[in-house]
Each structure stands twice: as structure tokens, then as C-alpha cells.
Design a protein around this ligand. Structure first.
Ligand code: ADP
Length: 514
């Protein structure tokens, strides 16, 4: 078995020289240095040997009988297999013309007879190093070419998917949100031309249906680093409102951080869904009114007295019918608000009055649940639909009571804060320009809301627990209605919460300037 100490030769060198003394001298010198040496005395033999097993370097005598060194070199350079082998000529001392010709036919260097051992070795080592580096460079180059080809292929595939996707897709810069590329579906979807879109932001094009939509979407994306199928409304160039499921991902384009936005247009699906809900609700209303009337007659004892058990059954039927009527009314209310069939009757009103009225309306429910209501009202003038704001506050307070424990407290307070412009209103609808905002807060000590539900609870029929509305007598529509009302006042509504410690709901409304 070969021992570990047997090392592989430093390189394979072919020496072609017709003078046996030269051959012997060079072979001995190179072998001693650890090179593998093949030596031949004829040019034609050398050529065959080099073609059969290409060496790492060739030492080639110029003056040989038959085929001389130049001819051998020309043959080597003409052959694909031997072209790259560095050839060092062995020339007679002072033969300047020979050397020039040697370079001309493709030699890389020369050594002169008589040999200077160190010089010959240094030149050989130099050219072997250059050849090694060349080979390395070639390999790296090939790898690079391969990588470029696969990238081009991937890019082509991405470009094809991007261009032909039926989904509207856009790429925008992360920092400013300026569109840098959009696909044809995106242009068809929003109605703008490519020139109108590129270089502009969604806000500049007036795409978000409301600034709250945009603020909420950006906030959610920043918090999680990506967004999947978030339902948002967008406005097209012609002003038509469209509902989409929006997904956003980070992508890096030429070292610029960008966002990839993919939309799924569900406008038609939503329209059919709304139509269905509204149709069903309308159809339910008439029989429900009639059932309620019948139950009232029974309850009033006009058809004879009932046993205690019958009265219990009647009371269950009445409370469930009332819940169903509330649900139908809420669905219709929300549907009308969304389709702008309900307009806000805005007028000057006082925040303190609304807060006190809402608290008084909820006092009985609080007493029943043994929850204390603490109101810190603020005497501030608002430009609002007071009935709708009352509806919003009573909803928030009733939720706070519902999800509190016996003995807990619910605080209702308000403060004026400076409008920093980050809350995203200042849209049309308020005839008075604003600079400050009113922040109404409803805080409880209840069970709290998980982080991932803090935004979805404002969508219709979204609850923390699927049984919440049944157990607590709600409809799952209250917060969706609240959000709609607040948005129609160019305000914002959101919630913060800590599980087990309680929740705080915020309503931010623009104030008329004094
Ligand atoms: P509901 O009629 O079910 O109360 P809402 O739209 O008003 O409908 O509320 C949606 C859901 O949000 C509730 O079912 C509940 O899961 C959660 N929620 C709302 N307010 C609170 C609160 N103060 N504390 C805990 N959970 C709440």
C-alpha cells in the first residue's frame, strides 16, 4: 500500500530536445524538484505524446532535425487539446531572432543554454502558476455564465408569470411606495395607463378607498413583514370602488428594497354576497315582525293564561326572536351604510352630551352585570351625526360590559390631541378644516383580545370566539358598524389589548378649527 508520505507530482512536464545531454540534465533537475517528467528527442513524438496525454507544460528545443521547435509549437497551438499548454522554448544563447519567432508562434517564454538551474525552475513555476490561475479563472467564468443563464431563465419565467397573470400585480419601492412596475392586469383593474402609474404612489393616484384603509394595511404589513389576503377597497380611475384581497411581500430589486403587491379582485363575489345577505334579510324581516307580534299577544295573556312552563318557553322564543331582529336590522344597517344609502346628518354637537347619553343608555346593562361605569366627559364641540356617534359609543360600552367580570370597571373618557397627520383623515366631507382631534377612549378590565384579532374584529361577523355573539347576545356586526360610522366622519377606530388585563377602544375624530 502506498504510504501517506508519497506525494503527487507538482506538475507533468514534457521535455522535447534532440540533445540527450540536455534531456538528461533537465529531467534530473525537474525530477529532483518533484515534477513528473516525460522526455522525447523528436518533435513528432512529442506532439503525439502531448495530444495523447496533455502535460501541464512543455519545454521545447528550437533546433531539432526533422520538425523544428517552431513547427511543433504551431501544431500544438492548432490543436484544441494542446492549445492551452504553456510552451517554453530552449534556445541557444544570444539567438535574439529565434526568441521573437518563438513568441510569434505561441511560446510563453524561453530558457537559454547553458541552463541556469534557478532561472529555469523559476520560469517553469511562473508559467505553471499563470496556467493554474487561468484554469481557475476559466472555471469561475463558466460557473458565472451558468449562473447568469439560470438567472435569466428564472427571470424570464417570473416576467412571463408577471405579465400574463390574471391577478393585478405591482412592484413598488418600500421607502416611498412608488410603483416601479405593474402588469397589464393591474392597469386593466385600476384603469390607468402605464405612464400614469409608474413613478407614482397609490395615494397620488387616489387608489385607497380611505386613508384608514391605507394606514391599516401599511401598519399590518410593517408589523408582520408580509400580508396575506387582506380585504381592502380600492378606487379605480373612474371612481368605481373595488374590493380586493391584497397580499404583500418584500422583494429585493437591484439592491433596492421593494414590495410585491398581488391583488385578487373579489368585487363581483362581494356584490353577490351583499345582494344575497340583503335579500335574505329583507325576506326575514316581515315574518319576524309577524312572529314578534304573535309572541306579544301570547305574552299579554290575551289568548288565555299560560302555565309557568309555557311562559318560560315563550320568554326563550321572545328573546331569540329579538336577537334575530337585531341581527337582521344590523345587517341592513351595515349594508345601507356601505352602499352609501345612509348619509350622516352632521351638525354641531357636544362630545360630553353624547358620552353622557351613551353611558346612561348602558347603565341598566352595567347594573345587571354589576359593572361600574366611570365617565370623564369633555365639553368639546364636534361636527358629527350625534345619533350615529351615540350608536358607536353605546356599542363600545356594551361590548366592554359584556366582556367584563362582575365587579370590574369600565372607563369612558376623552381628550383633545394634536392632529399629527398620521391618523389619515383630512378627506372631503368635513366643511370645517381641522387641526386638532378628539380621542374618545372606552377601557375595560375584561378578558382582553388576542393580538391577531385586534384588526379582524372590525370586519363583519368576526369574533374572538365563535360562540361570543351567541353567548353574549351580540350580532358580530357592532364593530363593523362602528368602523363605518367613524370612517364616514373621517376618523379612525382601533383597539389595543392585553389578554387577561383588558381592552381599550379608541375613536379619533377630527375637530372643527375654532
Ligand atoms: P358582537 O355583537 O359579537 O359583540 P362586535 O362586532 O361588537 O360584535 O364585536 C366583535 C367581537 O369582538 C366580539 O364578539 C368579541 O369577540 C370581540 N370584542 C369586542 N369588544 C370586546 C371587548 N371589549 N373585550 C373583549 N372582546 C371584545
Amino acid at each position: 500500500m502506498p504510504s501517506q508520505s508519497v506525494s503527487t507530482p507538482r506538475a507533468d512536464i514534457l521535455v522535447i530536445d534532440d540533445t540527450p545531454e540536455n534531456l538528461n540534465l533537465l529531467s534530473a533537475m525537474l525530477t529532483e524538484q518533484g515534477y513528473k517528467v516525460r522526455s522525447v528527442t523528436k518533435g513528432s513524438t512529442g506532439l503525439r505524446g502531448a495530444t495523447a496525454a496533455p502535460p501541464d507544460l512543455i519545454l521545447l528545443d528550437i533546433n531539432m532535425p526533422g520538425m523544428n521547435g517552431y513547427e511543433v509549437c504551431e501544431h500544438l497551438k492548432a490543436n484544441e487539446r494542446t492549445r492551452e499548454i504553456p510552451v517554453i522554448f530552449i534556445s541557444a544563447l544570444g539567438d535574439v531572432l529565434d526568441k521573437v519567432k518563438g513568441f510569434g508562434v505561441g511560446g510563453v517564454d524561453y530558457v537559454t543554454k547553458p541552463f541556469q538551474v534557478e532561472e529555469v525552475l523559476a520560469r517553469i513555476e511562473n508559467h505553471l502558476t499563470i496556467r493554474r490561475l487561468q484554469k481557475q479563472l476559466q472555471t469561475q467564468n463558466e460557473q458565472l455564465q451558468q449562473e447568469i443563464r439560470s438567472r435569466q431563465l428564472a427571470e424570464e419565467r417570473f416576467a412571463k408569470a408577471f405579465r400574463s397573470s390574471p391577478n393585478p400585480i405591482a412592484i413598488a419601492t418600500l421607502e416611498e411606495g412608488r410603483f416601479i412596475d405593474v402588469n397589464p392586469s393591474f392597469l386593466r383593474f385600476c384603469g390607468y395607463s402605464l405612464e400614469e402609474v409608474i413613478g407614482h404612489t397609490a395615494t397620488e393616484l387616489d387608489l385607497p378607498s380611505s386613508s384608514q384603509t391605507l394606514a391599516d394595511t401599511i401598519k399590518k404589513f410593517q408589523e408582520t413583514g408580509s400580508l396575506h389576503n387582506q380585504e381592502v377597497e380600492f378606487r379605480t380611475k373612474t371612481g368605481e370602488l373595488k374590493t380586493i384581497l391584497l397580499s404583500i411581500e418584500f422583494i429585493d430589486i437591484a439592491n433596492v428594497q421593494c414590495t410585491l403587491l398581488i391583488a385578487n379582485d373579489i368585487t363581483e363575489r362581494k356584490r353577490l354576497e351583499n345582494e344575497f345577505i340583503s335579500l335574505v334579510s329583507h325576506e326575514l324581516r316581515t315574518p319576524l315582525t309577524s312572529i314578534m307580534g304573535a309572541l306579544d299577544i301570547l305574552g299579554a295573556g290575551k289568548l288565555g293564561t299560560m302555565s309557568e312552563q309555557a311562559q318560560k318557553v315563550l320568554s326563550i322564543a321572545t328573546s331569540n326572536t329579538e336577537r334575530l331582529i337585531r341581527l337582521v336590522n344590523d345587517i341592513l344597517d351595515l349594508e345601507r351604510m356601505k352602499s352609501s344609502k345612509i348619509v350622516m346628518h352632521k351638525m354641531k354637537c357636544n362630545a360630553a352630551d353624547i358620552m353622557v347619553d351613551a353611558t346612561e343608555a348602558m347603565q341598566a346593562l352595567a347594573d345587571n352585570s354589576q359593572v361600574q361605569l366611570v365617565v370623564n366627559s369633555l365639553n368639546v364641540e364636534l361636527w358629527a351625526d350625534s345619533d350615529r356617534l351615540l350608536q358607536t359609543l353605546t356599542n363600545l360600552i356594551s361590548n366592554a360590559i359584556k366582556f367584563s367580570e362582575m365587579g370590574d370597571t369600565v372607563w369612558i373618557s376623552a381628550e383633545v390631541i394634536e392632529d399629527t397627520g398620521t391618523h389619515g383623515y383630512g378627506e372631503t366631507g368635513n366643511p370645517l378644516s381641522t387641526s386638532n382631534s378628539l380621542l374618545i377612549t372606552v377601557r375595560d378590565q375584561g378578558r382582553g383580545i388576542p393580538e391577531d384579532k385586534l384588526q379582524t374584529i372590525f370586519e363583519r361577523f368576526q369574533q374572538v370566539d365563535a360562540s361570543d355573539s351567541r353567548k353574549k347576545g351580540g350580532t358580530g356586526l357592532g364593530l363593523a358598524i362602528c368602523r363605518n360610522i367613524v370612517q364616514q366622519h373621517n376618523g379612525r377606530i382601533w383597539a389595543e389589548s392585553t389578554i387577561g388585563e383588558g381592552s381599550t377602544f379608541y375613536v379619533l375624530l377630527p375637530l372643527p378649527s375654532s
